[in-house]
Design a protein around this ligand. Structure first.
Ligand SMILES: [Zn+2]
Length: 391
C-alpha cells in the first residue's frame, strides 16, 4: 500500500486544477480533428462540484465517480447543464489531466458518432475509445512520461479492483483490437455509420465478433441490423474508410501508448489473511543482515569448500557465509529459508495457504520445516504488483 501511495501522490504543492484544465483544453481542438475528424471543437472548462449534481439535482448525491460528462441529451434527461463535472474529493493528483481528456472524448464522440440530440451509449466502444484516445491525447498535450506511468499505475492498482470499472478494462480491450486491426480510418468510418443510424449495428454482436478474432471489417458488416441492404451499408463503409485514409492514422507514439496499456493484466487477488502473510514473508526475506539461513545447494560447487561444514541437507546461516562467497555469488539471499516455527502464530494459516497456491514453497530439511519465499517467486510477485489484497 505504501508503494502505491508513493506512486500516486507525487504532487506538487502548488498544484492548481484550473491551470491544468486550461493547459489541457488548449490542445483539444487539434486533437479532436486528428482523432475524430471533428472541426472547430470547443472545449468546455470542467467544473468542480462537491457532489453530483450540486445546484441541479440530488439524484446522484452519493455517486463517487471521478468526473462526469453531461452531453446535450443527458442535460435534458437529468436536468443538468452541459459540461464536465469533477467531484472535489475524487480529484487526486495526476488523474485530472487524464480525466479531462477522457471526458472531452465523450464530447467529441457526441459530435462525431451520435445523431444530434440522441443519447446513444455503447459502453465498450465509447469508454474504450475515451480511454485509449484519452491517453494518446494526454501524451500529445504533455509529453510527460511520468504522467502516463501514473495513469497506468492507477489503472493496474486501483481501477481493476473496482468491479464497476470492468467496462473500461475489458471494453477497452475490444476497442483496442478494433483499432489495431482496422486502424483509425475504419474506426472513423464506423463512427460515421453510427451517427447516421446508431441502431443499424448490433454493438454487442460486433464486440463478440472482434473478441472472437474476426476481421473488424467483416465483424461490422455481419453485425449490421439496419433496414437498407447489407451490401449498400458495406459499400458506404468502404467509401468512408477510403476517404478517411487521406487523414492521419495512428502514429508510432500512439501505437506505443496503446500497447503499453494492453500489457496491463488484472492482478491476482488473494484473501487478506494470505496477503498479510505474503507481506511478512517479503519483509523477512529482505532483512539485511538476514537472521535466517540459505539453501546449501544454492552455493555453486566451486565455492562450497570455502564454507565450513557444508552439507547438502544443512541450511547455512547467512551470518556465517564468508564475504568471498557472498561478493562473488550474487542472489544467494534469494534462496533464504524461513523456519515454520518463526512464522507468527496469527500468520500461520495464511502462510500455509500461500504454500498451497505455490506462491511460496514449503519444504523440509532434516526434521525442520521451512518456507522458501522466493521458491514460488513471492517477493517478485509482490514487487511487480501482480498480487493484490482482496479488499
Ligand atoms: Zn467515460
Amino acid at each position: 500500500m505504501n508503494r502505491l501511495c508513493t506512486q500516486l501522490s507525487e504532487i506538487e504543492p502548488e498544484y492548481d486544477i484550473d491551470s491544468v484544465f486550461r493547459k489541457m483544453s488548449a490542445h483539444l481542438p487539434a486533437l479532436a480533428k486528428r482523432y475524430y475528424g471533428v472541426e472547430e471543437f470547443v472545449p468546455v472548462t470542467p467544473q468542480i462540484v462537491e457532489y453530483y449534481f450540486e445546484g441541479y439535482n440530488e439524484l446522484y448525491r452519493n455517486a463517487d465517480w471521478f468526473a462526469f460528462n453531461v452531453n446535450e441529451a443527458e442535460s435534458r434527461e437529468l436536468g443538468v447543464a452541459v459540461g464536465t463535472y469533477f467531484k472535489r474529493d475524487q480529484v487526486s493528483p495526476g488523474i485530472p489531466e487524464f480525466t479531462v481528456m477522457h471526458e472531452a472524448n465523450h464530447a467529441m464522440q457526441e459530435r462525431a458518432a451520435v445523431p444530434a440530440g440522441v443519447h446513444h451509449y455503447v459502453p465498450w466502444l465509447d469508454e474504450g475509445l475515451a480511454d485509449i484516445f484519452g491517453r494518446m491525447m494526454l501524451f500529445a498535450a504533455t509529453e510527460d512520461e511520468r504522467l502516463l506511468r501514473k495513469v497506468k499505475t492507477f489503472r493496474t492498482e486501483v481501477e481493476v479492483t473496482d468491479p464497476r470499472k470492468v467496462t473500461y478494462h475489458y471494453g477497452e480491450e475490444t476497442a483496442a483490437l478494433l483499432l489495431l486491426r482496422g486502424r483509425l480510418p475504419l474506426v472513423k468510418a464506423l463512427l460515421k455509420a453510427r451517427q447516421k443510424d446508431p441502431y443499424s449495428v448490433d454493438w454487442s454482436a460486433l464486440a463478440t465478433g472482434i473478441k472472437k478474432g474476426i476481421d473488424p471489417h467483416v465483424a461490422i458488416v455481419t453485425s449490421y441490423s439496419g433496414t437498407t441492404k447489407r451490401d449498400m451499408f458495406q459499400k458506404q463503409l468502404e467509401r468512408d474508410e477510403t476517404n478517411f485514409r487521406k487523414e492521419a492514422d495512428l502514429n508510432q507514439s500512439d501505437l506505443r501508448i496503446l500497447s503499453m496499456f494492453l500489457a496491463t493484466q488484472r492482478p491476482a487477488v488473494i484473501p487478506a489473511v494470505e496477503y498479510r502473510a505474503a507481506l511478512w514473508f517479503a519483509e523477512e526475506a529482505a532483512k539485511n543482515p538476514s537472521p535466517y539461513s540459505i539453501d546449501p545447494m544454492a552455493v555453486p560447487e566451486g565455492f562450497r569448500p570455502q564454507i565450513t561444514g557444508w552439507e547438502a541437507q544443512t541450511p547455512i546461516p547467512v551470518a556465517s557465509l564468508p564475504e568471498t562467497v557472498t561478493k562473488k555469488v550474487s542472489g544467494l539471499i534469494t534462496k533464504v529459508l524461513i523456519p515454520s516455527a518463526s512464522v507468527p502464530q496469527d500468520l500461520k494459516s495464511g502462510a500455509d495457504a500461500l504454500a498451497n497456491s505455490y506462491f511460496v514453497i514449503k519444504r523440509k530439511m532434516g526434521e525442520t520445516e521451512y518456507f522458501e519465499p522466493y521458491g514460488g517467486g513471492l517477493p517478485y510477485r509482490l514487487g511487480s504488483g501482480e498480487l493484490r489484497c482482496a479488499w
